[in-house]
Design a binder for this molecule. Sequence first.
Ligand SMILES: CC(C)(COP(=O)(O)OP(=O)(O)OC[C@H]1O[C@@H](n2cnc3c(N)ncnc32)[C@H](O)[C@@H]1OP(=O)(O)O)[C@@H](O)C(=O)NCCC(=O)NCCS
Length: 190
Amino acid sequence: MVNDGAGTARVVLRRVGVGDEEEFVRLARVSAGSHHPWMSLPVTGEDFRFYLGRFADPLAAEGLLVCVRETGVIAGHISINSIIRGRFQNGSLAYAAFAPSAGRGYMSEGLGLVLRYAFEELRLHRLEAQIQPGNHDSIRLVRRHGFRYEGLAPELLFIDGAWRDHERWAITSGMVEGVAGEPHPTLPVR
Ligand SMILES: CC(C)(COP(=O)(O)OP(=O)(O)OC[C@H]1O[C@@H](n2cnc3c(N)ncnc32)[C@H](O)[C@@H]1OP(=O)(O)O)[C@@H](O)C(=O)NCCC(=O)NCCS
């Protein structure tokens, strides 16, 4: 568990692990249609194990699952990728809802927990989401949490076979009410 397992009334956040392979792959398969063309998740065991490898070094990336508190069902995933310390203290978000649990507010609650975790426990300064201009569901999700639009980055990411323009949406720790915490030890004093 992260956030000491506190979660919200409906969801908790935990790290993805080897034991999630069967459920994750099954959910990714049934969700592939709703994820296309924005995201593709591992739909075989082999791809899942490769995906898990990304999170082998928790200093570089964290793979988190939003789970329904009552049932333990995985509602979606949110990863904090490309964590850079020093003067940046930044992470890059990737997320998707699994179709059976989508559109119920679970991802929104999960993202709220991720913000607390990233800013209070990981002590990052900034989280960024790169979103294609037509991905209205994703833009609504980050807007709801107060992310601000920073501009359009042409040909930023290779998605669905081509380099796609992305909007950059970001939030800094000071933009989240009630976030407390010391700066990370790798932040220079000046
Ligand atoms: C972007 C994405 C993760 C959002 O997931 P989601 O399940 O719609 O998000 P939420 O869990 O926050 O649900 C929000 C919706 O549930 C509704 N809802 C229903 N019951 C609710 C409740 N009890 N509490 C809050 N919201 C509720 C909200 O009204 C909201 O609808 P709206 O967006 O039309 O206003 C999802 O659309 C997705 O996986 N997209 C494909 C992958 C993708 O694009 N990833 C991001 C790439 S940048």
